[in-house]
Design a protein around this ligand. Sequence first.
Ligand SMILES: [Zn+2]
Length: 200
Amino acid sequence: MSKMFSDCPICKAPQRMEVTTKTEKIPYFGEIMESTILCHECGYKHADTICIEKKDPVRYTLLIEKDNLNARVVKSQSTTITIPELGLKVEPGPQSQGYVSNVEGVLDRFGKAVKTALSWAEDQQTQKNAVKILGCIDEVKNGQKKVTLIVEDPFGHSIIMDDNAQKHELTNQEIQKLKTGFLTFENEELDINGNNNPEE
Ligand SMILES: [Zn+2]
């Protein structure tokens, strides 16, 4: 793990941004670098994982069952995660973060996002839907319900590590339908306050 300080691209404070990087070797996948930046002046924070090797665009599909809740999931910033049966989708955007977790952790992140949506929801239908989805997530975790987890990454830096996960190379047409979601520091208009990103 290494730490260094640099100038903050958001508030421009000199040498106040702490950059922490850590590399980790994931079997059958390669080396990844997890990085976290934190500005001690304005509080801006961002985390990401970067796969060091070049990869092909990829989609992993896994039927979530009780015994694969522990399967490791590497999600890069450019990844779209979908659970079609629950109508849940996280697309890359300026607020997306990369992380290393497992299937259960991905479900928990979705659950947290739905809870946030529920606390903001004003109409009854949205509230009903949110409560229903939360119930479904619990059922999936208890093994009472099976749903599909789809991880799509145009840069191939993401993976579901399970023997039953199906790997499929993305076609150009499929890639074009995905959002790429780069975080660019050159862009002065970067929306750091977020736009309801379900990952937050
Ligand atoms: Zn700052």
